[in-house]
Design a protein around this ligand. Structure first.
Ligand SMILES: NC(=O)c1ccc[n+]([C@@H]2O[C@H](COP(=O)([O-])OP(=O)(O)OC[C@H]3O[C@@H](n4cnc5c(N)ncnc54)[C@H](O)[C@@H]3O)[C@@H](O)[C@H]2O)c1
Length: 258
């Protein structure tokens, strides 16, 4: 992906979903720092606006959009708004995901299963589908999805949560199939796979002792931060990674070695 603007992603039109905080925010600001024009998409408009303002204040280019990316009308409106502003889409980062509680299978009802699968897997399907045609026509594009170590194997040091792990494993599968399907069009599809990450939310819900305890179980005795995943995503979006596709890149200080 050549560019005439400064930075490793100079001039690349990028969508980052769930960019209002945490890993999505780190990816949006890192990509903007490297010259990408970034659509900062989140269900929480105020937080997306804060990130967009930060990008613009640093001299970058941001388009702030409110969208619930579990819903196809919102996803279609998001893509339309980006095309109206910048005319094309080079990079899609599927950041939306997460869960609200841990529970054993016997306590998970159908609605909860559907909700977690929708947030972590359907979102990626809808967003990839919405941008695929545009990228195929141009014969270029990068798709990066944020999976989780839980999608590779249950963490022996943490409680497991079936719907989340299943959805994140599905995201890795979706990425491999996309890599094959879209490869002939010069489009790559990859996953960043963070281990437990020291996001502002994790700092809020865990005390210092529990954070230290998670870090202590990692071979590198360190808890990764959002910027670590953002730099991995940057590499996958960069020219240097042009023939890397279908991979899952672990960012976890050795927390899960597979
Ligand atoms: N934090 C971790 O330890 C960790 C580890 C592995 C993987 N991940 C994955 O990384 C991604 C980001 O995690 P995080 O911890 O930074 O998240 P977070 O909970 O801190 O932030 C999530 C953001 O997503 C937005 N959002 C929620 N539902 C949305 C929807 N339907 N449409 C659009 N936006 C929506 C929220 O408003 C929020 O701004 C997720 O996919 C998560 O599963 C996180």
């Amino acid at each position: 992906m050549s560019s005439d603007k400064a930075g490793r992603l100079g001039g690349q039109i990028t969508i980052v979903t769930a960019a209002g905080q945490g890993l999505g925010e780190a990816i949006a600001t890192t990509f903007a720092r490297e010259g990408a024009s970034v659509a900062v998409v989140d269900i929480n408009l105020a937080e997306a606006q804060r990130v967009g303002d930060e990008i613009e204040a640093a001299g970058g280019s941001a388009l702030v959009l409110e969208a619930d990316v579990t819903k196809s009308p919102d996803v279609d409106a998001m893509v339309k708004a980006v095309l109206e502003r910048w005319g094309t889409i080079d990079i899609l980062v599927n950041g939306a995901g997460g869960f609200h509680k841990l529970a054993p299978i016997t306590e998970i009802d159908e609605e909860e299963w559907d909700r977690v699968i929708a947030l972590n897997l359907k979102t990626a399907f809808l967003c990839c589908k919405a941008v695929a045609g545009i990228m195929m026509e141009r014969k270029k594009g990068r798709i990066i999805s944020i999976s989780s170590g839980a999608g590779i194997a249950p963490n022996p040091h943490a409680p497991s949560y079936l719907p989340y792990g299943s959805a994140k494993a599905g995201l890795i599968g979706l990425t491999k199939h996309l890599a094959k399907e879209l490869g002939p069009y010069g489009i790559t599809a990859n996953c960043v796979v963070p281990g437990t990450t020291l996001t502002p939310r994790v700092r809020k819900v865990r005390d210092a002792a529990s954070i230290e305890n998670i870090a202590a179980t990692n071979p590198m005795r360190h808890l990764v931060e959002p910027e670590d995943s953002a730099e991995a995503a940057l590499f996958l979006a960069s020219e240097e990674a042009r023939y890397i596709t279908g991979v899952s890149l672990n960012v976890n200080a050795g927390n899960l070695i597979v």
